[in-house]
Design a binder for this molecule. Structure first.
Ligand code: F6P
Length: 539
């Protein structure tokens, strides 16, 4: 394929950007009374209003042409067909198989993977039922009250986000905690008030080799054994594993009968709907977990079959490329107006930045355009009293996704109307701002006018769904997964590897040896050597 910036749509978009850049959203809305209707789509119960973006019909036409010319369709079809599109790791990319219904067939190396997916789901459901009902007993005969997931990255962020998002649907008689950081404080704080005889650990690690997870898992083992009288047979009742590596699970001492498997074609950051979601299932129950999967699947089908001009993830992905590559926007703000989604921005950070933080193409050439933007955010309305100032009046362009729900899960007086009023007010203020004339007309003294002007022309998407339930959460996550896919396909990068995390891991192992053996010679740069020496001396 031709280099991205050699494609005719790319060149046309470059020229087109010069025309669009000086035009204000006020003018675009004034000129076209149909704009809101024209630039909004509803599918699978998700409504997307993208009219407050700096786009015209021509922009959308050219972006869709870019998707065509960059082969997004072929790459999407290759993913769904189980082709090994993660080329650097020679792996299929099949998180879509994790939510495929039983009667679907998806082949990897000639083998249908769907039956195995359902086998694991059934095993998870049977286990969850036993723990939730109290039938599963700990070593001293007590039912499990506390569930601690130990994992990091994709083996943590999805489970934490889903637990927080779906807390309302969870079993409130149980305590759920998540330990990820190798900083001992994380483990200590998670266990300080718990009894080992009522505690179940889920060791979640695709590889079962990750330093942080194995360190925490070993500390958990010691903590449990100490509290349970040192009897090794207690481990089987208090530890289960989620992994692709049965050898390592066995070596750790967990009975593989209590291991829930997944496969190398599930990337860590795409795994919250695999067995990595065991803590989610324990919290919300198998039926709700299946509803979550059904939500994912609905958007998968939409992404697979809807024409691109009505395809939610494709449109979101194209808009992200538009700002990233033509406006030079460096970040995207994710602003959920739903407190239960407080960990959603953090979850999306791994999903988007580990996927598209790449500087070489599939062919191994250095890109000469920008790839993955920085994702960040906080729930509204809190962010409004903190960083929104910069979005409204700073010098940087920050496209923002506002995510809101028509119904409150926990209605309380006027709260939800106030919350939603703020969503609409913010996107309106960002887009249309306030002119000097308007500010003056309010009687503002001349010297103060520039400070009180809102330039506006700040783009945003509004994603509106009915209510945050398990099914809707699945839809939302799949929406972003496929938007990330679309962006990566356009940038011609491998969105499914993560070599960028390796160097630090290797160096940390080496330095750990040097810290633990104070006599080990240090052969680093002068800064690193001095820091290690200082730590060795003072610790
Ligand atoms: O270091 C990055 C990473 O490999 C992520 O991609 C992954 O989600 C995380 O570490 C955890 O890996 P594992 O599940 O194998 O412990």
């Amino acid at each position: 394929m031709a280099a991205l910036n050699e494609l005719s749509a790319w060149k046309a978009l470059s020229d087109h950007h010069k025309q669009i850049a000086p035009i204000h959203l006020r003018e675009l809305f004034d000129k076209d009374p149909q704009r809101a209707e024209k630039f909004s789509v509803e599918a699978a119960g998700i409504f997307l209003d993208y009219s407050k973006n700096r786009i015209t019909d021509e922009t959308v036409k050219l972006l869709l042409q870019l998707a065509e010319e960059s082969g997004v369709k072929a790459r999407r079809d290759a993913m769904f067909a189980g082709e090994k599109i993660n080329i650097t790791e020679k792996r299929a990319v099949l998180h879509v198989a994790l939510r495929a219904p039983k009667d679907e067939k998806i082949l990897v190396d000639g083998e249908d993977v769907v039956p195995a997916v359902h086998e694991v789901l059934d095993k998870m459901a049977a286990f969850s039922d036993r723990v939730r009902s109290g039938e599963w007993k700990g070593h001293t005969g007590k039912p499990i009250k506390n569930i601690i997931n130990i994992g990091i990255g994709g083996s943590d962020l999805g489970p934490v986000m889903a637990y927080e998002a779906l807390k309302h649907y969870s079993d409130r008689a149980k305590i759920f905690r998540f330990v990820s950081n190798v900083d001992g404080a994380d483990f200590v704080e998670a266990t300080v008030d718990l009894n080992p005889d009522e505690t179940l650990f889920i060791i979640s690690s695709k590889t079962f080799t990750t330093l942080e997870t194995m360190t925490n898992a070993n500390s958990a083992r010691e903590w449990a054994l100490k509290g349970l009288g040192g009897d090794e047979s207690a481990i089987a009742k208090h530890f289960v594993a989620v992994s692709t590596n049965s050898e390592k699970v066995k070596a750790f001492g967990i009975d593989t009968a209590n291991m829930f498997g997944f496969w190398d074609w599930v990337g860590g950051r795409y795994s919250m709907d695999s067995a990595i979601g065991l803590s989610t299932m324990l919290a919300i129950g198998p039926e709700n977990f299946r509803a979550l999967l059904a939500g994912f699947h609905e958007i998968d089908e939409h992404f697979r079959t809807a024409p691109f001009e009505k395809n939610l993830p494709v449109l979101l992905g194209l808009l992200a490329v538009w700002y990233n590559d033509f406006f030079g926007a460096q970040t995207v703000a994710i602003l959920p107006y739903e407190n239960y989604l407080k960990r959603f921005p953090a979850y999306l950070q791994q999903l988007t930045m580990e996927s598209n933080g790449k500087h070489v193409t599939l062919a191994g050439e250095h890109v000469n355009y920008d790839t993955g933007p920085i994702y960040w955010g906080e729930p509204g309305t809190n962010g409004q009293h903190s960083f929104y100032q910069l979005i409204h009046q700073g010098t940087r362009l920050i496209p923002a996704d506002f995510i809101a729900f028509v119904k409150a899960i926990t209605p309380l007086g006027r709260h939800h109307d106030i919350l939603l009023a703020n969503v609409f007010a913010q996107t309106e203020a960002l887009a249309f701002g306030k002119t000097p004339e308007q500010v003056k007309a309010e009687g503002t003294p001349d010297w103060l006018v520039p400070h009180r002007v809102f330039e506006g022309n700040r783009p945003s998407n509004t994603i509106l769904a009915e209510e945050l339930d398990p099914k809707t959460l699945g839809k939302l996550v799949a929406l972003y997964e496929h938007s990330v896919f679309t962006q990566g396909a356009i940038w011609q990068i491998d969105s499914f590897d993560q070599w960028g995390v390796e160097l630090g891991k290797v160096l940390a192992q080496r330095i750990l040896g040097e810290i633990e053996d104070a006599k080990a010679p240090l052969k680093h740069d002068s800064s690193t050597t001095a820091l290690i020496e200082r730590y060795r001396k003072l610790k």
